[in-house]
Design a protein around this ligand. Structure first.
Ligand SMILES: Nc1ncnc2c1ncn2[C@@H]1O[C@H](COP(=O)(O)OP(=O)(O)OP(=O)(O)O)[C@@H](O)[C@H]1O
Length: 248
């Protein structure tokens, strides 16, 4: 089967300032004078993997292991310092709460805006509009600027839009953890339905049960390095065992 994602020897380096600077001006002056010392920090180190069309893959690992950075590089929000990423299809990214929304606009306006960003015209979005609002349970808040939404409401709207407009690849960062229990169940069911079609799912989760239920495969990142890649159940068990033993 064809690969939808090819991650080829990707490294992501961040430069962390060693000294604390109080103001942006002080930072800029020190930077121009060459007085700032940086520590090089690799959030991803020589990561390679491929994902086939229709696979559902979870990225797991401790806090700070590089999962979100990997999603951002795949979604094209960040460019890797080394290596390359190729995505063969249309991506619906849900990687930051509210990203892709204009906070000053209403839900109605944002739905059309988001649709346009994903390459869908007004007529297409109009056709799907009611279904998005129904799923997000925001019927009474359609014309409220989203800056007044709670984080749960924003997550519901984001999830509803990203999953309504069928993309080839859905990239989801922990957003399933937001919203109440009932909504999480609904999201999980929708993802399962999409996976029964030919959507590819790549998602980050700290919930092993969810990973086992939704994903056929898991990739375990540890300090930016791939420590495991294989059937979700096996990789989750290896990760849990390592945590219980205090090895990670
Ligand atoms: N823009 C940035 N500048 C500097 N460091 C960053 C930046 N983005 C991420 N990092 C660092 O890279 C490392 C990996 O972060 P990342 O968010 O990818 O981890 P994660 O596995 O998603 O963690 P979590 O489970 O807590 O969400 C962390 O140490 C983080 O502090």
């Amino acid at each position: 089967m064809a690969n939808i994602i090819t991650v080829d020897h990707v490294s992501m380096r961040f430069n962390l300032a060693q000294e604390k600077t109080e103001t942006l001006k002080e930072y800029a002056v020190k930077l121009l004078r060459g007085q700032l010392m940086f520590n090089e920090f690799y959030a991803l180190k020589d990561v390679s993997f491929q994902v086939e069309r229709g696979e559902s893959v979870a990225l797991i690992g401790r806090n700070g292991s590089g999962k979100s950075t990997m999603l951002k590089v795949i979604a094209g929000v960040m460019y890797p310092s080394q290596g390359s990423v190729r995505v063969n299809g249309e991506i619906a990214p849900m990687i930051e709460l509210g990203a892709g929304f204009d906070m000053e606009l209403t839900a109605r306006e944002n739905i059309f805006l988001n649709g346009a960003v994903l390459g869908h015209d007004r007529a297409y979005m109009q056709e799907h509009f009611d279904s998005i609002i129904d799923f997000a349970e925001l019927k009474d808040f359609v014309d409220v600027p989203v800056k007044n939404y709670s984080s749960g409401m924003l997550a519901r709207l984001g999830f509803a839009v990203a999953t309504e407009v069928k993309a080839d690849l859905l990239v989801v960062d922990e957003v399933l953890g937001v919203g109440d229990f009932m909504f999480q169940q609904k999201c999980q069911k929708r993802l399962a339905d999409m996976l029964a079609g030919d959507t590819t799912l790549l998602f980050v989760s700290h919930n092993s049960q969810q990973v086992r239920e939704l994903c056929s495969r898991a990739i375990w990142l540890h300090h930016g390095v791939v420590r495991g890649d294989g059937p979700a159940d096996e990789v989750c068990t290896a990760y849990e065992t390592a945590m219980q033993r205090g090895e990670v």
